[in-house]
Design a protein around this ligand. Sequence first.
Ligand code: IPM
Ligand code: SF4
Length: 482
Amino acid sequence: MAGQTLYDKLWSQHLVKERDDGTALIYIDRQLLHEVTSPQAFEGLRLAGRKPWRLDANLATPDHNVPTTVIERAEGNAGIKDPVSLIQVQTLDDNCEAFGIEEFRINDARQGIVHVVGPEQGATLPGMTVVCGDSHTATHGAFAALAHGIGTSEVEHVLATQCLLAQKMKNMQVRVEGKLGTGVTAKDIVLAIIGRIGTAGGTGYAIEFAGSAIRDLSMEGRMTVCNMAIEAGARVGLIGVDDTTIEYLRGRPFAPSAEQWDAAVADWRHLVSDDDAVFDKVVTLDAAAIEPQVSWGTSPEMVTGVSGEVPDPAAQADETVQRGYVRALEYMGLAPKQKITDIRLDKVFIGSCTNSRIEDLREAARVARGKKVADSIKLAMVVPGSGLVKRQAEAEGLDRIFVEAGFEWREPGCSMCLAMNADKLGAGEHCASTSNRNFEGRQGYGGRTHLVSPAMAAAAAIAGHFVDVRSIDDSQSSVQEA
Ligand SMILES: CC(C)[C@H](C(=O)O)[C@@H](O)C(=O)O
Ligand code: SF4
């Protein structure tokens, strides 16, 4: 018998029952909750007179609707101006209190984007099944956890039963081999993968990311990659356990205690695909060939290297592709064959569950140090993913680097990743954004999103247009060493 993939192992370890038609019931170890997709779930419990099955399996924090300025946050929930946003956040607080679920509220230092908070707390552990009413739950797969987004009715079901109806996915392996060039990051890897396989390339699959370039990434980088598996169509992104995984988790509040640690680690070590495991599909990328990426269109697959240009729709063989490109260029206000480095920007957003962790902020700060945001940029903002990331960044002096350069240093939340709070793009504005989605209107009605890495976003803020961060990096490193 062939060996098992990591996904196969996680699946079979959580399988409660499987029917002949493939419908299965799996056990859920951890549910993360935020204010957008939980209200009806709690309401459903209430109406049915049910209680959560396992309180300690749940952890909640508000993120999508929270304001990100100190002034608004000083008032707590009352600082939320939008009435719908306020109701959602208040309802999460009330529900967690009423049902006894642990929550990190708006001004708790541990509050933040749910996908930053879970791993940071050690609430996401190898071998777990992790769900959340949020598509970017794929992020947690970086820890060899089977993690994916679910809908609100499923949130209720998991609260009530700790189980979920599921269907087994197929196995895909994306191998990224070799060394990344200087200035090329995890974000560029995942954008390049999506550029290659497309936004439907992973549909129906659990993608395991493997290869030496993935092994070389920190946990922050691995989370960035898995975060965007859903943008490649796969609900699940996974990376096998190694020393990097284990070292990241040591001592985290929800991680196993010192007495249980060795046994847990011994167990976790099995959470890798067997050497002879068979994948339904394998895609290989050469890390050395990946450039810093910039999206030019209205789908994450509409992406190219920074040295490239906006494609010419007329040059596309497929008519549907052609029409899609025409529409995207019209919305984005870009011309065919325009150089990527000629795209001028109005705003810069460094944040989101893709790129708001400490390493992301360090990379951006390294580029921004001693520089000034271009006058033509109306707003450049840095939004840490959690209160603890913010604290760490401040301890390292990163906030001062950003503020001196002219960036706004904000409070944690989803912020300008999506237009659900006060941070939005205006119509027609171009934004260099470290987030994961560039759909029409995603960051505000008529807003134009360009997905990039934190270093590329910082470099764009300083130049006022996209620049190849590799040219800056070369000159910077010699300055720093002097
Ligand atoms: C609001 C939430 C349900 C949504 C998601 O599922 O991903 C959001 O986080 C997003 O990024 O679009
Ligand atoms: S940061 Fe963006 S992508 Fe992530 S959960 Fe929030 S809205 Fe969704």
